[in-house]
Design a protein around this ligand. Structure first.
Ligand SMILES: Cc1cc2nc3c(=O)[nH]c(=O)nc-3n(C[C@H](O)[C@H](O)[C@H](O)COP(=O)(O)O)c2cc1C
Ligand code: SF4
Length: 678
């Protein structure tokens, strides 16, 4: 048996966990009608297959109708959930993993205009900044009803074959009672710590009475809100001890921080550029003080840190949650001594931001996550070895090369630059976003193992490509900044990329016109402001940088607000003129009736990219499919059979920004879904 601390089994009451790695609660927003149907099951089972000891399914499954889902959560208050839960738990158990579910009442952390349009309840009228609802102050009959709802939901989960349930008590109703900041009730549920904890213990007692002792019960709670006037560390320790002493639960799952704002949430679930394992020592202190089974997760993305968390005795079970969204087979790879093959989580939080903005969690660089029903995590070998030529070694090109290599094809990549990476190389110019380069490094090392041939500094012409006698040509040449958006003065502006790459020196009084609303505009702003320039970001949209999304915006705001960058929404830059050494910006508005003139010494435009598609169009007449992609085949996961030119010698495809400006995930998904069937 291995002596790896991570691979040692752990006895949690009657439940033997096969190793020390868990996936903590997270709602990927895959439910259909609030139920965990095929897609949800496939996602969960993939992680069980990959070897994880226990998966905490759902995040925040709702126990009551006045806790409507804010990111398409499971509805644990529905009786019809039981057979779906049963199918999932059976399938997970068959793979040797344990499975639990997190239950909650969101309290004020939701909206009244969702679900049944019931008023939001909380122990005070204080509004939560993130979800914006003004809550009703909870009444005695609400409390009785919700306690019963928790017990009913737990009973459903037990009937569905779950090994246990966990209560969510950070930012949700249970700790809205516990925290002095959100509880303005008089006794018996308000005032002293005894009173503020009463709701939590009433819920636990009701659940225990319903499910009995042979069912795991845990609490995931904040033991330090890190907010003035909130539950501090001392009270958090006391809460931890009382939870243990209650005899009602089997483990503690420690959180440090608060989640009522985007910034608070980002400190609890740190994004790239923030320190790894920031709360691990804190969790260790709780474990030392309570001597009770302790779980914890917060940016422990790599096996070495996870191993340290266990070996040092700071926690009993270590959560690697986003790490498993990036690579569901971590444990299997540890067992097979292939740690270097683990696809690294780069902390992009695209997964999290998408549950709010896009309606489903996707990993920025694993397009199979959440698409297990159609996209493979392990690529099958092709029946016939082909010659595949890929042009471009950005994220799309490298994913195409990797997947083609896994298929067993002979793969040749041409890249005009010195190094691989494309736009990600630019992204990684920001110190804070350096982790993104692992998206490239991992693919390069996988390609190396697969024997892919690379030609860098190599501008491929049609002749170069045809000389390779390819069966398939994939154009992944990306795009170039598109700045020609003005009625006058396009030659006077620079692109966000010019600034980020260092090709153009930052100005001192700069307007960034950003209607792409993606990272490049904010990155350029940060470069300029850090160099001492005064920066204004202007957009015709209702909000700035909408494509960056909530948690990704946090580190930018923490930096840009200190640098006094200003944000102007709903105005459009229409034209630029030179006046002496200055640039005059003509500013209008899509709402009409506005014509202003402003003066700057540099104007930067961020308006996405236009495809670099010359090579594609040169090769198109010589290809057998004339570049055509049959969408039905692509979507159904069948090989492409378009045949439009009898003289064509190869199939030709375009992927990523070489088609149209999108993002890293789209580029990688383009590559995976096309090449897995080549
Ligand atoms: C898409 C997504 C949804 C999440 N939803 C929940 C949730 O509902 N309840 C919860 O306690 N934690 C939730 N989390 C937080 C995770 O359980 C975990 O604490 C967090 O991702 C930090 O751990 P990691 O760095 O290992 O990913 C969510 C995380 C993700 C990525
Ligand atoms: S999107 Fe980023 S943070 Fe989320 S799982 Fe993927 S790599 Fe990790």
């Amino acid at each position: 048996m291995s002596n790896d601390p991570l691979l040692q089994p752990y006895q949690l009451k009657h439940l033997t966990l096969r190793n020390r790695i868990i996936v903590t609660a997270h709602e990927p927003a895959y439910p259909e009608d609030g139920l965990p149907k095929e897609r949800y099951r496939a996602y969960t089972v993939e992680r069980a297959k990959g070897g994880v000891a226990m998966t905490m399914t759902a995040g925040s499954a709702a126990v009551s109708k006045d806790s409507p889902p804010v990111f398409n959560n499971l509805l644990a208050y529905k009786d019809e959930i039981v057979p779906w839960i049963r199918e999932m738990t059976d399938a997970v158990h068959e793979e040797g993993a344990a499975i639990m579910i997190q239950l909650t009442h969101l309290g004020r952390r939701t909206r009244w205009d969702k679900g049944e349009w019931l008023p939001v309840v909380a122990p005070s009228h204080h509004r939560e900044a993130s979800h914006r609802a003004f809550p009703k102050k909870i009444e005695d009959w609400d409390i009785e009803r919700i306690i019963k709802d928790f017990a009913d939901a737990a009973e459903r989960m037990k009937a569905g074959g779950m090994d246990g349930v966990e209560l969510e008590a950070y930012g949700h109703l249970i700790d809205q009672f516990a925290s002095p900041l959100t509880n303005e009730l008089d006794g018996p549920y308000g005032g002293s710590l005894d009173n503020r904890m009463r709701f939590c213990f009433d819920v636990l007692k009701a659940i225990r009475a319903r499910v009995g002792d042979d069912f795991i019960l845990g609490v995931r709670y904040t033991a330090d809100e890190c907010l003035p006037g909130g539950t501090g560390k001392e009270e958090g320790l006391e809460i931890s001890k009382r939870l243990k002493q209650s005899g009602l639960i089997d483990y503690l799952n420690v959180i440090r921080g608060h989640i009522d704002t985007d910034a608070g949430l980002t400190d609890v679930i740190p994004i790239q550029g923030m320190a790894n394992s920031p709360h691990l020592d804190f969790a260790g202190e709780i474990r030392a003080a309570t001597n009770f089974p302790t779980f914890h997760a917060a940016k422990i993305p790599d096996v070495a840190t996870a191993r340290h968390a266990i070996a040092s005795g700071k926690v009993d079970m270590v959560g690697m949650t986003r790490a498993h969204m990036t690579d569901p087979h971590i444990v299997r790879k540890i067992i097979e001594k292939r740690e270097e093959d683990i696809r690294p989580c780069v902390g992009a939080n695209y997964c999290l931001d998408r549950i709010y903005q896009g309606g489903a969690a996707y990993c920025i660089h694993n397009a199979a996550t959440g698409r297990e029903l159609t996209m493979p995590h392990s690529i099958a070998k092709a029946d016939r070895r082909k010659k595949v030529v890929v042009i471009g070694a950005g994220p799309a090109g490298l994913e195409a090369a990797r997947v083609a290599g896994e298929r067993g094809h002979e793969v040749v990549v041409f890249e005009a630059a010195n190094d691989p990476g494309g736009q990600i190389r630019l992204t990684a110019q920001s110190e804070r976003r350096r982790e993104m380069i692992s998206i490239i490094d991992w693919r390069m090392s996988q390609c190396e193992k697969l024997g892919v041939t690379f030609h860098f500094n190599s501008w491929a012409e049609a002749g170069t490509v045809q000389a390779e006698n390819p069966d398939v040509v994939i154009i992944a040449t990306g795009g170039l900044p598109h700045t020609e958006v003005l009625s006058k003065g396009n030659e006077l502006v620079v692109s966000a990329w010019d600034i980020i790459s260092g090709d153009v020196k930052p100005g001192t009084n700069v307007l960034i016109f950003d209607d792409a609303g993606d990272h490049a505009g904010l990155q350029a702003a940060e470069f300029i402001a850090k160099a001492g320039g005064k920066v204004e970001i202007m957009t015709p949209d209702r909000s700035f940088a909408p494509e960056v999304m909530a948690m990704n915006l946090v580190p930018y705001m923490r930096s840009l607000q200190k640098l006094d960058v200003t944000f102007t929404v709903t105005y459009r830059l229409e034209a630029v003129e030179k006046s002496g050494n200055e640039l005059v910006a003509h500013v209008g508005s899509d709402y009409g009736g506005i014509a202003k003139q402003r003066t700057f010494d540099q104007i930067v435009i961020n308006h996405g990219t236009i495809p670099l598609d010359d090579l594609y169009f040169e090769l198109k007449p010589a290809s057998s499919n004339l570049g055509e992609v049959l969408h039905d085949q692509l979507i159904a996961g069948r090989p492409q059979t378009a045949w439009r030119n009898a003289d064509g010698k190869f199939q030709l495809f375009r992927i990523g920004d070489a088609i149209a400006a999108r993002n890293t995930h789209a580029a990688i998904y383009d590559a995976l879904r096309l090449v897995k069937d080549i």
